[in-house]
Design a protein around this ligand. Structure first.
Ligand code: 13P
Length: 240
């Protein structure tokens, strides 16, 4: 079963209106890739990013959504509104949101369900902390996150991001990544067709080896997606 490679850049709380030349610089550096390329800027940059990317291969994603379709949720954004803007993917359950905002698996599932309902594809993040890995609990922790946060139906992407590998320059061992992706796939209802991304210090010089792993269908890239040049190198090195 072939799964289309997906490379997503998560800008997190970075980027300015003045940075949107990115959406013309990136396509100048890579010819239309045989993969889905997604960039997820902060909410206020979404409309201008969608406009700037519209004639390119770049698809725009968001970094979060609420589980409800509307209502008294100050500061939150509905999946439905994102879809109306032209957003196609939304990251849910990033470990930074689990940690900074106390998001639970149940909340993440409701966000993923709301995204699917609105016609978006959620990218559901899972991953263990260093303490959990050192205690031999990595698979158990990720399995529990999947059981609690993955919706029963609809299309979604899973991103395995070991918390200790995010923004640290540390990358999980290839063997551990391969094992975890296999564990994740075996627990998904439609495992054969669901794309599973790896995230955590993905850089131009390590992405090729990561993407050669059987069950790795792409990457979720933080820091190295902020500059068009390094993201372009990741795209080229991943597919090359
Ligand atoms: P880094 O690539 O900066 O480690 O971030 C990974 C990440 O959290 C992507 O969502």
């Amino acid at each position: 079963m072939s799964r289309r490679m997906l490379i997503a850049g998560n800008w997190k709380m970075n980027g300015q209106l003045s940075d949107l030349g990115y959406f013309s610089n990136l396509p100048e550096q890579v010819s239309t890739p045989d993969a889905e390329i997604i960039v997820c800027p902060p909410f206020p940059l979404l409309p201008a990013s969608i406009e700037a990317a519209k004639t390119s291969f770049i698809v725009i994603g968001a970094q979060d959504c609420h589980g409800a379709s509307s209502g008294a949720h100050t500061g939150d954004v509905s999946a439905r509104l994102l879809a109306v803007l032209g957003v196609q993917y939304v990251i849910v359950g990033h470990s930074e949101r689990r940690a900074d905002h106390g998001e639970t698996d149940a909340m993440i599932r409701s966000k993923a369900e709301a995204a699917i309902e609105a016609g978006l594809i959620p990218i559901i993040c899972v991953g263990e902390t260093l303490e959990q890995r050192q205690a031999g609990q990595a698979v158990e922790v990720v399995a529990a996150q999947l059981a609690g946060s993955v919706p029963k139906t609809g299309e979604y992407v899973v991103a395995y991001e070991p918390v200790w590998a995010i923004g640290t320059g540390l990358v999980a061992e290839l063997e551990d990544i391969a094992q975890m992706h296999d564990e994740i796939r075996s627990r998904l209802t439609r495992g054969e067709t669901t794309r599973i991304l790896y995230g955590g210090s993905v850089k131009p010089d390590n992405c090729h080896a990561l993407m050669l792993l059987d069950d790795v269908d792409g990457a979720l890239v933080g820091g190295a997606s902020l500059k068009a040049q390094s993201f372009a190198e990741i795209i080229k090195n991943t597919l090359g």
